[in-house]
Design a protein around this ligand. Structure first.
Ligand code: IMP
Ligand code: MG
Length: 188
């Protein structure tokens, strides 16, 4: 492995406080209206799980998931992603909240927003835990945002490097190992 877990960028308590704040904003926004929270697998599972459990008891929320994967290097710039698992829910006429771990270039979320908008939900909003504004290639409208972070590759709390370290409770910087040829960010 070319990377190791580096310093903590956002600790678990800080994440938990922020998730509580986001949940209050979301509860206020939907006040009394039922909505479907759609988590993007696998990165968003912990965030979605904590977020919906922080909502007030009278909040009418259902959850569903989508899994996507990038089509590979050649089509990456176009932002075409392959739907590996689609929703079980018909979202036509429903209020939908997309929940994603991190907004990076924006290609994934802009593609998903367009795809879901095409299914005619009553409303479509987006919530991300992390935002790396320096890496943005396409504009993406986000309604609820946790933290803006610098352009560093991060792991933990659902975010992975090659499938590892999603299980860490805090968010860490992934550090290139001494002597490793790979000094670029893992996804490039
Ligand atoms: P985007 O399409 O470039 O915005 O990519 C978003 C996806 O890339 C996220 O859902 C993550 O799976 C992945 N990603 C981007 N930055 C990181 C990171 O720092 N750590 C782990 N995964 C990341
Ligand atoms: Mg992801």
């Amino acid at each position: 492995m070319d990377y190791e877990v580096g310093k903590v960028l956002i600790d678990d308590e800080t994440i938990s406080t922020k998730v509580g704040e986001l949940a209050s904003e979301i509860a206020n926004c939907y006040s009394g209206k039922e909505f479907v929270a759609v988590g993007i697998l696998k990165g968003a599972i912990f965030f979605l799980a904590d977020l919906v459990r922080s909502l007030p008891q009278d909040c009418r929320v259902k959850i569903d998931f989508m899994a996507v994967s990038s089509y590979g290097a050649s089509t990456k710039s176009s932002g075409i992603v392959k739907i590996v698992k689609d929703l079980d829910t018909d979202i036509k006429g429903r209020d939908v909240l997309l929940v994603e771990d991190i907004l990076d270039t924006g290609l994934t979320l802009s593609y998903l927003q367009e795809l879901l908008r095409g299914r005619a939900p009553r409303s479509l909003r987006t919530c991300v835990l992390l935002d790396k504004p320096d890496r943005r290639r396409v504009d993406v409208n986000v309604d609820f945002k946790g933290f803006s972070i610098p352009d560093e590759f991060v792991v933990g709390y659902g975010l992975d490097y090659s499938g590892y370290w999603r299980n860490l409770p805090s968010i860490h910087v992934a550090k290139a190992l001494e002597g490793s040829a790979n000094k670029t960010q893992p996804k490039e």
